[in-house]
Design a protein around this ligand. Structure first.
Ligand SMILES: [Zn+2]
Length: 168
């Protein structure tokens, strides 16, 4: 199997680096990204494309939920099982972003599309409906607020009202 870095999304590059022989202490110096690219290809081959795509989608979904401070204990547990070395994953994400921003390799259309599709592992505050409801308004218990789930519905598509019956 042969894959080129160009055919991988940013998050796939990070997951591949995590799975590669790259030393966690590695520091990028200068503008030659060939070692990082070789590790990305190695990690991708090691995982296989199916697992790489899946893991990267979960990692991206987790990052979106984490940024919004909406992760649940079961999501944190699933992420920690998938990427037990948090420091290494953090390093892999940073280095993958360096490659994506500065290595001037471009990214294939298919990789860009995959990179925009998060997935969620673990129980979600939206129960998979794509909408997180909040009934905590003490002043008016009849009022409900809903926000789109960053993991299941990052683009806020559909209607929060349609999701109501799913939860009730
Ligand atoms: Zn969700």
């Amino acid at each position: 199997m042969s894959v080129s870095v160009r055919d991988l999304s940013n998050c796939e590059r990070a997951v591949a680096l995590y799975a590669s022989d790259m030393p966690t202490s590695y520091r990028q110096k200068g503008r030659d990204y060939s070692r990082l690219c070789a590790w990305i290809v190695q990690g991708a081959a090691r995982l296989g494309m199916g697992e790489l795509y899946r893991s990267a989608a979960y990692a991206y979904g987790y990052r979106l939920l984490w940024l919004a401070r909406l992760t649940t204990p079961s999501q944190r547990q699933a992420h920690a099982l998938r990427f037990p070395d948090g420091g290494r994953f953090d390093k892999a994400e940073r280095l993958a972003s360096l490659v994506t921003c500065f290595a001037d390799l471009g990214m294939s259309e298919a990789a860009i599309k995959r990179g925009d599709r998060p997935a969620v592992e673990g129980d979600c505050r939206c129960y998979g409906s794509g909408w997180i409801r909040d009934r905590d308004d003490a002043d008016d218990p009849t009022t409900e607020y809903a926000m789109n789930c960053p993991g299941h519905n990052p683009n806020a598509s559909g209607s929060a009202y349609a999701a109501k019956s799913v939860i009730a």
